[in-house]
Design a binder for this molecule. Structure first.
Ligand code: AMP
Ligand code: MG
Length: 397
């Protein structure tokens, strides 16, 4: 397993192995959660025309106390169709086109209405209650950039900008294989020595959350034959294969030899990381294979550090989420040989600084340490501890 790679070196290996998937041209209603593969430019001004921000009357600006006959109406979607004559007012609804000749809207509450005319109660400045064309999105400007993950707000902006379809990065097809004689399906009773197969669920969920399509989740007993068979089937259709467990140096760890037998070329094995030291990565004809250690925290942490960036980049998004800095709320003992990914919750202190607090005991088998974790604080290997108040680098999860 030696020499161990640093987290950054291991990530570079993964990054180098990635090719972005073919993009899909999608109806905009099908694009939620996808990664934009093109820049979106506003086809026209948004709003497309000057319009009223209020229900009221379109008028020309002027002093209080004017009497203006109400001689027309502009409604949302139904323009007045003629200019506003000087000295008159048109009734106007929110979102209706401001008629030519008007430069302001006076709210319905600020006029006295009688005998088909209104009397203005206040001075009306030009542009009062008027939304100008292009105030939201100006025609020709880039409003969304390639690489953006599309949420409801992004979809709404794209529609307003004139789009009905969007070019989106392809979806990685991902297979999960959980190895281990001790594993039992969720909800099943446990016989002596057995544990529930939680990794198959957490890894599948992490993959889905990153936009991948998990098309198969299977298991393999701790024999070379079964491991070869399960991994071989998964590899047939996978862009990405994630294997849990069996990747260490024990006599019943068969993942490495099985992948070798299947022609998967090793890119690295072993990262100077806790938890996650035996992490394995290889490729076969553009397919990525990750062998993640079986301890529940190790498998989640290594997924977050290595698999998630790969899935993002295959979809056309940024490989890594930008790291942030936070101040440690508690002292943490350091691990001498390897960098440590400490699960932390984040909170903003009264003075505005971001504070990181470990989520409790950090053993690689303490799955509850993932609960409430907002980020991984990456602490460099070393002696002693990192004191409370120290600024550390955190990777949001
Ligand atoms: P391994 O990486 O196979 O040596 O497994 C390391 C530890 O993780 C052992 O305690 C396993 O029982 C546990 N483990 C392995 N696979 C899973 C899994 N799918 N779900 C939960 N725990 C697992
Ligand atoms: Mg095992």
């Amino acid at each position: 397993m030696f020499p161990l790679l640093s987290i950054a070196q291991a990530r570079d290996e993964v990054r180098r192995a990635i090719t972005a998937l073919e993009p899909d041209d999608l109806e905009i209603t099908a694009a939620l959660g996808r990664v934009l593969a093109e820049d979106v430019t506003a086809a026209h001004d948004v709003p497309p025309f000057p319009n009223s921000a209020m229900d009221g009357f379109a008028v020309r600006s002027g002093a209080a106390g004017r009497r203006l006959p109400i001689t027309g109406e502009a409604r949302a979607g139904r323009p007045a169709g003629r200019p506003l004559p000087d000295g008159e007012a048109f009734r106007i609804s929110t979102g209706a086109v401001l008629p030519e000749g008007a430069d302001a809207v006076i709210e319905v509450e600020r006029v006295q209405e009688r005998d088909g005319a209104l009397v203005t109660e206040i001075d009306v400045d030009a542009a009062r209650n008027v939304r100008t064309a292009g105030e939201d999105l100006a025609a020709g400007t880039v409003v969304l950039t390639a690489g953006t993950r599309l949420g409801p707000a992004e979809l709404g902006v794209a529609v307003s900008a004139g789009r009905g379809t969007l070019l989106c990065g392809g979806i990685p097809r991902l297979a999960v294989v959980a190895t281990g004689d001790e594993l039992v399906d969720p909800g099943e009773p446990l016989q002596p020595g057995q544990i529930h197969n939680s990794n198959a669920v957490t890894l599948g969920a992490l993959a889905q959350q990153t936009g991948a399509r998990v098309f198969t989740v299977s298991g393999a007993a701790d024999t070379l034959d079964e491991t070869v068979e399960a991994l071989g089937i998964a590899l047939e259709e996978a862009d990405v294969l994630v294997v849990s467990g069996g990747v260490s140096v024990g006599p019943h760890d068969h993942v490495k030899p099985a992948l070798e037998a299947l022609g998967v070329q090793q890119r690295f094995w072993g990262v100077a990381l806790r938890p996650g030291k035996p992490t394995w990565f290889g490729t076969r004809e553009g397919r990525l294979v990750f062998g993640l250690p079986g301890n529940p925290v190790s498998s989640m942490v290594t997924f977050l550090l290595f698999v998630r960036p790969a899935l993002n980049a295959m979809q056309g998004a940024a490989f890594e989420a930008p790291r942030r800095t936070a101040v440690l709320a508690e002292r943490i003992a350091r691990f001498p040989q390897r960098d440590e990914a400490v699960r932390v919750s984040l909170a903003t202190a009264p003075d505005g600084t971001l504070q990181a607090r470990p989520t409790g005991p950090q053993g690689s088998h303490i799955s509850s340490s993932m609960l409430g974790a907002d980020a991984l604080a990456i602490l460099e290997a070393g002696d002693g501890g990192v004191e409370a108040g120290t600024t550390v680098s955190v990777e949001p999860i």
